[in-house]
Design a protein around this ligand. Structure first.
Ligand code: SAM
Length: 319
């Protein structure tokens, strides 16, 4: 299957130039507190210089808008309804394996750990291992001081992550030690939380997004409360949207809900919360720092006990 949307545009330096992007670096209070604490750099100017130098290195590797426009400082996962429930799950379940898919620098998983998710149950994965190394540089850690396992792999490679039917019963084998895992397939049925932030819109057809959902689903533990959580670009009606660098296929809350509750999981076995939010985004427009509004889909898919009501809590769609 073609995954053309996964590869950033080849003439990226023209589409997403770096010049002037320092002006896009911006923190709210929570983000600033997290980045100061997590990097150990308390001085704001020094912190900014540090982030800009890591951004430049990462841009040379692959120019995602997350990097070019400093969206990684937003810690988007922590804003998704269901995030608190995710942290609670981590604190109450035994070996609550969490996988951050397309984790980039690992900023969201570091934030989850800072918020109380047990560090020994977390794993990051990305197709670009250099981003993980740059994450260590960004947060002033090493693999020894921050020993979270990282798996390099392509989520469209079946040898790494294969679409298979979801699992509705307890797995017959114990969960492997995360440090020994080499492919995501080895975690089938053992994962409590899958985080997928700013990923689905990279794959630019409805079919590719369905394939990815079908590949992630079998990783999820059958236990009620196990969840897939994330955000990406969304629309009021499913269809195509022009992004800053990509033409993206985007789901609506309704089509996203139907995809998970019926197309991927058996109808009625998951509770889907999906809402659209309009957010300000900073970007460069013809060389000038600009603020525009974009529409995002924030969502979670939670396994429920047979007979449980299909909707609870964070399922409202806000427009
Ligand atoms: C837009 S960034 C999002 C990063 C992070 N999750 C966030 O919210 O800031 C997309 C990430 O997905 C990774 N990625 C792209 N295609 C992939 C693939 N086929 N398999 C695994 N990771 C992929 C990229 O390397 C990049 O780190």
């Amino acid at each position: 299957m073609s995954v053309a949307g996964a590869t950033p545009t080849p003439n990226f330096t023209a589409v997403l130039p770096l010049r002037g992007t320092e002006a896009l670096l911006h923190f709210d209070e929570d983000q600033l507190e997290f980045y100061k604490k997590a990097t150990g750099i308390d001085d704001l100017d020094a912190l900014k210089r540090h982030l800009i130098s890591v951004q430049r290195e990462a841009y040379a590797v692959r120019p995602y808008t997350t990097i070019v426009n400093f969206y990684f400082t937003d810690l988007g996962l922590s804003h998704v309804p269901g995030y608190r429930r995710m942290i609670e799950l981590g604190q109450t379940r035994r070996n609550p394996i969490l996988v951050d898919v397309g984790c980039c620098f690992g900023q969201d998983l570091r934030k989850a750990i800072a918020d109380g998710y047990p560090q020994e149950s977390v794993l990051g994965t990305d197709i670009v291992p250099e981003f993980w190394d740059l994450g260590h540089r960004l947060f002033n850690t090493t693999q020894e001081t921050f020993p979270i396992p990282f798996l390099a792999g392509d989520i469209f490679d079946p040898a790494f992550l294969e679409p298979t039917p979801p699992i509705y019963t307890a797995p017959s084998t114990a969960a492997p030690a995360l440090s020994a895992v080499r492919t995501l397939n080895e975690l089938r049925g053992h994962v409590s939380v899958i985080c997928v932030c700013a990923i689905f819109h990279l794959f630019d057809t409805e079919e590719a997004q369905l394939r990815l959902a079908r590949a992630l689903a079998p990783l999820l533990s059958f236990e009620p409360g196990s969840m897939i959580i994330g955000w990406h670009n969304g629309r009021h009606e499913k269809g195509y949207t022009e992004g800053y660098a990509l033409r993206m296929f985007c789901h609506s809350p309704e089509s996203w809900t139907a995809l998970w509750d019926g197309d991927v999981f058996e109808n009625g076995t998951v509770r889907v919360g999906a809402r659209l939010v309009e957010k300000q985004r900073r970007y460069m427009k013809e060389g000038v720092p600009t603020i525009g509004m974009r529409t995002f889909l924030e969502w979670s898919v939670t396994r429920i006990s047979p007979g449980a009501p299909p909707s609870l809590g964070d399922t409202t769609t806000r427009r």
